[in-house]
Write a protein that binds this ligand. Structure first.
Ligand code: NAD
Length: 450
């Protein structure tokens, strides 16, 4: 597999694609390592995860540079992403010693529950956030006593491969965390069909997620799905319009819009629409799309020529309100773009564009805002802007989404649960309960009657 630099189109590295035999042998090694790993004393497992976190910390610059080269992420984002792997490892290093079961009052005996690890967990990762999404799967899975096989996306395998090496350097036993680069239809599919893989943790498109879910049903295999999104950024007229407009570009153009949480639909209360658009225009034009290795870059290129063609197909024929700029020449560049929706039937309003394109539509009142926000098959993230506390609570509860921010555009905090509703996914990652999703609850009754 040729790994291309999206900012230049040049080849960064060539990585051999694993076939079925290599995938099976990685799964069997992970199965072989499981019994010993689950038996490692909780404090020792915690210590190994903390050591893994420290080694990642020592390599943040190297990992970030690799991500800039293979994915076109800005250097600022890429450092944050490597740091997120470190933080998530440290956070879940606390889990092995806290995976307590319960003692339940029962007649005639004693009843206790144990959170048993599942076995081998298969993690399948997309190309848009190769490091964090890998970490959200492997860190809690390892902490709960599972072994992990991980398939990075075809376009971006380099940082995951490096993380696996760093795990070995930290002292993780052979087979506990293995990265298997290759095609989704070969390696990823084998995670679904191999009986030793007891859970699949998939992040990617809704289309492939449905196939994974159907495949896992064959063996009643556990599955977590983190899928697509078309999140709403709802701006009420009573909000701090300056702040809402200043943050709207980063809320959708971060990572060139290739973000499942991108607020790609802006809903603005009609009475504030003209003012908001007047504030948004200079913010979009000032958004710096440039060589992602520059410290000043806020946005880099798209991942591939194919992705750029797909993004372009949404803008062709649509009503462009205004746009920022992007470099010319080599690389898969696309400028930050704002479209005005003619109706909720517009393709760019309904589908996940996965590029630096946002659609804007006015709404009348609170009920109208909720109706429009929920008129989508997705429900991953979103924001709402208002100074009215009661409204903030009402609307936050009414919008069908897994994660929502009030007067903020952040989505992901590793301390809090993350995931979607409707066709955006199934299950939650991150937050304090994530390790439990990598365990089965075993219930044991001890008779005490003579
Ligand atoms: P994709 O579904 O094409 O691929 C995701 C991963 O699945 C890749 O590693 C791919 O090789 C693998 N895969 C493909 N076909 C497979 C199959 N038949 N069996 C097993 N594995 C298979 O998605 P993508 O284009 O890499 O990523 C973009 C999508 O990911 C967007 O829709 C985006 O919204 C979504 N995403 C969601 C989240 C979230 O947390 N909800 C986060 C990031 C990205």
């Amino acid at each position: 597999m040729d790994v291309l630099n999206p900012a230049t189109g040049g080849v960064v590295a060539t990585v051999p694609a694993s076939g079925l035999a290599e995938t099976d042998s990685a799964i069997e090694r992970a199965r072989g390592a499981f019994d010993a790993w689950r038996s490692v004393a909780p404090g020792e497992r915690a210590r190994l995860l903390r050591r893994f976190a420290s080694i990642v910390d020592e390599h943040v610059e190297e990992l970030a540079a690799l991500e800039v080269a293979q994915a076109g992420h800005t250097i600022g984002n890429a450092r944050w992403e490597a740091g997120n792997v470190r933080d998530v490892l440290n956070y879940y290093a606390g889990a092995p010693e806290r995976l307590s079961g319960r003692q339940i009052p029962v007649p005639g005996g004693l009843d206790v529950t144990f959170h048993e690890p599942l076995g081998v967990v298969g993690v399948i990762v997309p190309w848009n956030f190769p490091m964090p999404i890998a970490g959200w799967g492997f860190a809690p899975a390892l902490a709960a006593g599972n072994t992990v096989v991980l398939k990075p996306a075809e376009l971006t395998p380099l940082t995951a491969l490096r993380l696996a090496e760093l795990g070995l350097d930290a002292g993780l036993p052979e087979g506990v965390f293995t990265v298997v680069p290759g095609k989704g239809s070969v390696v990823g599919q084998r995670f679904v069909t191999h009986p030793a893989v007891r859970k699949v943790c998939f992040t990617g498109s809704t289309e492939v997620g449905k196939q994974i879910m159907a495949g896992c049903a064959e063996q009643v295999k556990r599955v977590t799905l983190e899928l697509g999104g078309k999140s709403a950024n709802i701006v009420f007229a009573d909000s701090d319009l300056e702040l809402a407009a200043a943050s709207a570009p980063a809320a959708v153009y971060d990572n060139a819009g290739q973000d499942c949480c991108a607020r790609s639909r802006i809903l603005v209360q009609r009475s504030a629409y003209d003012r908001f658009m007047a504030l948004l225009e200079p913010a979009v034009k000032a958004f710096r799309c440039e060589d992602p290795s520059l410290e000043t870059a806020q946005m880099g290129p798209l991942i591939s020529a194919g992705q750029r063609a797909s993004v372009e197909s949404y803008v062709d024929g649509a009503e462009v309100a205004f746009r920022g700029s992007a470099p010319d020449g080599d690389g898969f560049w696309y400028p930050p773009t704002v479209l005005t929706a003619r109706s909720t039937g517009d393709r760019h309003w309904r589908e996940e564009v996965f590029g630096p394109v946002v659609s804007v539509l006015p709404f009348e009142d609170e009920a109208d805002a909720v109706r429009l926000a929920n008129d989508t098959e997705y429900g991953l993230s979103g924001s709402l802007w208002t100074r009215d506390l009661g409204r903030a609570i009402r609307v936050a509860r009414a919008v069908e989404t897994g994660t929502l921010s009030v007067n903020s555009h952040s989505s992901v905090r590793y301390w809090t649960p993350f995931g979607g509703v409707k066709q955006s996914g199934l299950g939650r990652e991150l937050g304090p309960d994530a390790p439990l999703a990598f365990t089965e609850t075993k219930n044991v009754f001890f008779r005490t009657e003579e």
